[in-house]
Design a protein around this ligand. Structure first.
Ligand SMILES: *Cc1c(COP(=O)(O)O)cnc(C)c1O
Length: 352
């Protein structure tokens, strides 16, 4: 019989969001509430006419635009078909059978899947009150730990740690343990991130970002990361040679050069998010303080969460149930336009 290798056979399928029918409003995948920057759309359309050609395998223009907008050097950057591609390659390049990947209790589900694919073991350190606990992470490190992954701000918790805590984690981790800081939502977190980028120069830390959230390019599939030279060279071998499509590179470059549009998206999202969270709290639903474009909604128990989810779906509003993240009493709502969030709050108030 033809069979896949044991590590693949043992894997469950990746748990995708159930997005209901096509008329429903999806608030389930943390996509941007705004369309891409007009400059990105224009650049993408122009690039489509060149699509007979393979894309730039070195993402030259995009890396230049990234380095112009962030305190990083062009030659530290790798780009991926989403940051998921980079995170998956990092796990596969640095862990294998017998190794441990350490994440956090409510950490990104994709990481556990990538770890299983690599044949390594995934272990999660407890969080406290929906916030990553650095001491618990440090206490969970074993001699088998090869990679520690931290998402800041966190998904699905939406909370963030001050970057000083990340520096403290790095300083206390053994130097032969790689640290991945997944900053998929960093644009929504107003603190200065330069000290985290600076950790990359130590040679043992990687920082990833994405254009899928604040930049509104989830459908283009573009992520990037900052890597020490030795790590970068290894990861490069595992990426598909022409991984980011020509039109996607053009869109990503143009939107990276249009930081003002991204900042407008972040400000608008934050203002709707904060009014939505205030309404929920006034109704007795205690959402943690969000530093992202979504809100975690803890209800009394799993039953309440299921009932609220069903009522929202009935109204054509699709949130994400959090059972898969070990939070069956929670729903997660991506921030959409104000009238949509008002409709969500109207329904949720009945389930407080
Ligand atoms: C959305 C998200 C990403 C980014 O995924 P892409 O592959 O870049 O679309 C990475 N990490 C977390 C925690 C996310 O929520």
């Amino acid at each position: 019989m033809i069979q896949a290798i044991p590590t693949v056979r043992a894997m469950a399928g990746y748990a995708l969001a159930d997005l209901g029918d096509s008329a429903a409003v999806s608030l389930a995948q943390n996509e941007s509430m705004r369309p891409p920057s007009p400059r990105a759309i224009e650049a993408g359309q122009a690039a489509l006419t060149q699509s007979a050609l393979y894309p730039d395998p070195d993402w030259t223009d995009l890396r230049r635009a990234i380095a112009a907008a962030h305190p990083v050097a062009e030659d530290q950057v790798l780009c991926g078909a989403g940051s998921m591609e980079l995170i998956g390659a990092l796990v596969r390049a640095f862990t294998g059978p017998g190794d441990e990947v350490l994440g956090t209790q409510y950490g990104y589900a994709f990481l556990a899947a990538a770890t299983q694919q690599a044949g390594a073991r995934y272990h999660a350190a407890p969080e406290r009150g929906y916030v990553v606990d650095i001491d618990a992470l440090l206490a969970a490190v074993t001699p088998a730990t090869r990679l520690v992954c931290l998402c800041n701000p966190g998904n699905p918790t939406s909370t963030r740690l001050p970057n000083t805590q990340i520096l403290r984690l790095r300083a206390a981790l053994p130097p032969d343990v790689l640290l991945l800081v997944d900053q998929a939502y960093a644009e929504f977190d107003a603190q200065d991130h330069s000290a985290v980028f600076e950790l990359v120069a130590r040679g043992d830390t990687v920082v990833t970002r994405t254009l899928s959230k604040a930049y509104g390019l989830a459908g283009a599939r573009v992520g990037w990361g900052v890597f020490p030279p030795v790590i970068r060279a290894q990861i490069r071998k595992l990426l598909n040679p022409n991984n980011v499509a020509l039109a996607s590179q053009a869109m990503a470059t143009a939107t990276m050069q249009d930081q003002a549009y991204m900042r407008e998206t972040v400000a608008l999202t934050a203002s709707i998010r904060d009014s939505f969270a205030r309404r929920l709290r006034a109704a007795g639903i205690h959402t943690p303080e969000s530093a992202t474009n979504f809100v975690l909604i803890p209800l009394r128990d799993a039953r309440k969460a299921q009932d609220a989810d069903a009522a929202l779906r009935e109204a054509g509003l699709i949130l994400r149930g959090m059972g898969g993240s070990g939070l069956p009493h929670c729903l997660r709502a991506t921030i959409g336009p104000a009238p949509v969030m008002a409709a969500v709050a109207d329904i949720l108030e009945d389930f407080a």
